[in-house]
Design a protein around this ligand. Sequence first.
Ligand SMILES: Cc1cc2nc3c(=O)[nH]c(=O)nc-3n(C[C@H](O)[C@H](O)[C@H](O)COP(=O)(O)OP(=O)(O)OC[C@H]3O[C@@H](n4cnc5c(N)ncnc54)[C@H](O)[C@@H]3O)c2cc1C
Length: 364
Amino acid sequence: MYDYLIVGAGLYGAIFAYEANKREKKVLVIDKRDHIGGNLYTKNIENINVHMYGAHIFHTSSIKVWDYLNNFTKFNNYINSPIANYKGEIYNLPFNMNTFSKIWDISRPEEAKEIINKQRKLLYKENPSNLEEQAINLIGTDIYEKLVKGYTEKQWGKKTTDLPPFIIKRLPVRFTYNNNYFNDIYQGIPIGGYTRIFDKLLKGIDVKLKINYFDNREQLDSIARKILYTGPIDEFYNYKYGPLEYRSIKFEHEVLDTDNYQGNAVVNYTDIDTPYTRIIEHKHFEFLENEKTIITKEYPKNWKRGEEPYYPINDEINNNKYQKYSVLANQETKYLFGGRLAEYKYYDMHVIVEKVFELVNKEL
Ligand SMILES: Cc1cc2nc3c(=O)[nH]c(=O)nc-3n(C[C@H](O)[C@H](O)[C@H](O)COP(=O)(O)OP(=O)(O)OC[C@H]3O[C@@H](n4cnc5c(N)ncnc54)[C@H](O)[C@@H]3O)c2cc1C
């Protein structure tokens, strides 16, 4: 008999498993995939740690979270500075003085502010009714047309005029020459890849892979006092209130016979005609100098049941549906729920760590 069965060997499940095991609880972790790590999983191919489910850059301003993860890995000094490729024109991201000086051939913050404000005022809408109006209100037309429109339409599979304005509440704009995407104090990529963190978290714990909880639910429920479920909440309740919607991504990995394909880890393709949103060149996360390189193209796509759910679509309909599921979840005594799928929220990794700390305090 186990104290805890943990469904999902992702970040949420693995940290909870580690903490429970540390407190001498008997723990079994299962995952339907053939590897641990959930979406953080990195696979070593050609001596390059490939982020198999999309680029993962760790960042946090919490010293508690940073110190905790440093027990399981050392982080390198990678700073996320993506670039945008708009029909062959290269711009720095996030929008900052490097972007503005390239786009308008100017050099001082005052000049950039003047251009942006002029463009915003020209089409300003008091109550924006769609994403296009919202974006122009925030950033003006040039940046919107070249760097926001195409990328956003590909990401959501809809015209910006058909998307609700709330999707972009704000657009990070800096009037300094600073290409660091995040404002957090701590940032980096785990040296040796993310999977090693999971090897350490799950050391000495029973882990069974390629086991789908729903294939054998009754039997699995019977071998544990409590169950922590980190999979999709709607599936747990057999889609009783209908399925929750997601946006998905097709990842296309390629090994190339060149040492440097694009000179940067992350390049966003912001025009509408290029079918992918980003190309990731994994070696640049780790400053590697090997002869080959591996790139991943990310193609956003609609999600169907049975496929990998990536981005929750937190619109009113789906959020209301989720609320109904969460009422059921809150009444459970044998089952605990946590993580991005069970809570139907996009959580960055540092938020997940904080969320598990909360559960550990309550439960253990
Ligand atoms: C494309 C993409 C890029 C991202 N980039 C970043 C980034 O740069 N920085 C950042 O901080 N965060 C990033 N994130 C967020 C990060 O991936 C999440 O914070 C993290 O993966 C959440 O961990 P989790 O344990 O909740 O979920 P998961 O990692 O999804 O783990 C859940 C696990 O449960 C398993 N499971 C589900 N159902 C069952 C079942 N029925 N039976 C058995 N097992 C099951 C799944 O197989 C999975 O392994 C990104 C997310 C995406 C989608």
